[in-house]
Write a protein that binds this ligand. Structure first.
Ligand code: DGL
Length: 249
């Protein structure tokens, strides 16, 4: 019995780390690097790939699959229809937290697929927050390549130049984008709201509702997270410092 945390690459590692520190059960992280970037894949290809992965991890004993990926979260309703295992998305939890913080208008940076789905715009609208959306297709390859701050700056600056004047904050609507925060802070004074942090309270509640035990004074953590990928394990290790085992799925 374990929780599977899924992303196209290293973007979801931050969410996995936070969750594994708080729960006693084992975690498995899967970087679907053979299909990265998810943000540019045709949606039908991505849906069928995610169905394969959900079936694969369910069969091996996952009690929940955390979509530590906004692009995959767009397809959560379709994926959940296919399986009994809990598939936990991160977009709605992120939007609920943004609403609690009282912003009137924010600018969401996300992948092409996430922007085109309009999921952030409609979800934020339903909680009374106006949203500008900017697709940033160059950001994920930049992060996965392990580019340094200087190389990231021009690319990041070009996208942030499009942020409308009346936006009060920038929302990172892709789990990879947290790794570009340093570059963003050099070109914008706006507060940066990161889905990697905003989604956590809701994910934790969902895992508790599934009966998973939190780390506390009595129950301690005994399991090490296993990290798997579908391609390029060496590169992933170089950029993240985490050892990945190649898995044929
Ligand atoms: N990190 C993912 C997200 O939050 C996917 C990025 C990608 O592979 O395009 O959307």
């Amino acid at each position: 019995m374990f929780v599977c945390v899924l992303d196209s690459g290293i973007g979801g590692l931050a969410i996995c780390k936070s969750l594994e520190q708080n729960f006693t059960c084992p975690f498995v992280y899967f970087a679907d690097s053979a299909f990265c970037p998810y943000g540019d894949l045709p949606l039908d290809v991505l849906e069928s790939r995610l169905q394969t992965l959900c079936r694969f991890w369910h069969k091996r004993g996952a009690v929940a699959i955390v979509l530590a990926c906004n692009t995959a979260s767009v397809l959560q309703p379709m994926l959940q229809q296919e399986t009994d295992v809990a598939i936990l998305p991160i977009v709605q939890p992120t939007c609920q937290q943004i609403a609690r913080q009282g912003w009137a208008k924010v600018c969401v940076l996300a992948t092409k697929n996430t922007v085109q789905s309009g999921v952030y715009k409609s979800c934020l609208q339903s909680v009374g927050v106006e949203a500008q959306q900017i697709a940033c297709p160059n950001f994920v390859p930049l992060v996965e390549s392990g580019a340094n701050l200087q190389n990231c700056l021009p690319v990041v600056a070009k996208s942030l130049a499009l942020v409308e004047q009346d936006c009060q904050a920038i929302v990172l609507g892709c789990t990879h984008f947290g790794l570009l925060r340093g570059a963003m802070q050099q070109v914008s004074d706006l507060p940066i709201l990161d889905c990697n942090n905003l989604c956590l309270p809701s994910l934790q509640s969902s895992l508790c509702l599934l009966g998973l035990q939190k780390v506390g004074d009595v129950v301690q953590k005994t399991h090490q997270t296993m990290h798997f990928c579908s391609a390029n394990g060496t590169k992933l290790c170089q950029t993240s410092g985490v050892q990945f085992k190649l898995l044929n799925v």
